[in-house]
Unconditional design. Sequence first.
Length: 346
Amino acid sequence: MNELTLFCKQLKQGFKPKKAKPDELVRCWSEKDVLNQNVVDTFVIIFRTKGCSWALKSGCTMCGYFNDSMWSKVSSNDLLKQFETAIKKYNGQRFVKIFTSGSFLDEKEIPSNVRKKILKTLFEKAEKISVESRPEYVKNDVLSEIKETIVNSKVFEIGVGLETADDYIRIHNINKGFTFNDYKRSAETIKKFDFKLKTYVLVKPPFLTEKESIKDAIKTVEKIKNITDVVSLNPVNVQRNTVVEFLWQRNSYRPPWLYSVVEVLKESKKIVGDKQVKCDIVGGGSVRGSHNCKNCDSFFLKAISNFSLYQDASVFDDLSCECREKWLDQLELEELGFGSLANMYR
């Protein structure tokens, strides 16, 4: 166990989960997303589970989604009760996205019988269902079981958090717990069953400068362009009880500038062509999320949202603000050896 893995584990030693009932859904809502190149209403469900198995062992440096987990076993009955709550609010949206604090394909989080019930029920109306999983849970027997629930031209998408194509950064900056080859093997398995692959790419892992993070994200997209069906950029936001929060509280980390996010989006779109590039910014415009200055944040966030839906990079053409010079200064000064200027331009 390396030092970072151990530190991630130590940060959680005093962690106490929120007081919540095991049959209580985290949240569900409707939003816009893309299906068959059309913008449609999409239903989003977040289940409250035991928690990500990797987070229970150690965890990723930026991920605090375990804060919404029970940290103890959630029974099949409780999970199905959560699903019943969600179904009451489901209005037949053609696209459904399912999230847990970890992996939908992990039997310890979502047992097989629950997974079957959820997918079978939703596929009666939905045309596409998207879930998330770590590579180690993308197995032939699990995907074969899921394949049996899908009829006609229904689409099943699995999102995998690769974060970066650089194994060193994934191990020593993110503590992800798997390799690029693990990701590629899971991608091959997903394609074997004619499922779709969405790949999450992290923008600004800890211990990288702003400029390094831009280059790393673009290099990652270049490396996965022929593997993935969708690229989803995830700018880091400061979540509770994480290494990133530990650094941020000590003025040693700043979430990425929105200028950086736009730069990565534009370059990524050039790389992947007709494939979808999207970006959901959590906490955008706040000090804990990706931001520029208060004067221009809302304009950038709206442009990024529009780009994610319509794939038109011209939405970025008219974005300008005086704070751009500060962003450019940071990119230049960091190269001179000052490190990540988290405090100066926070």
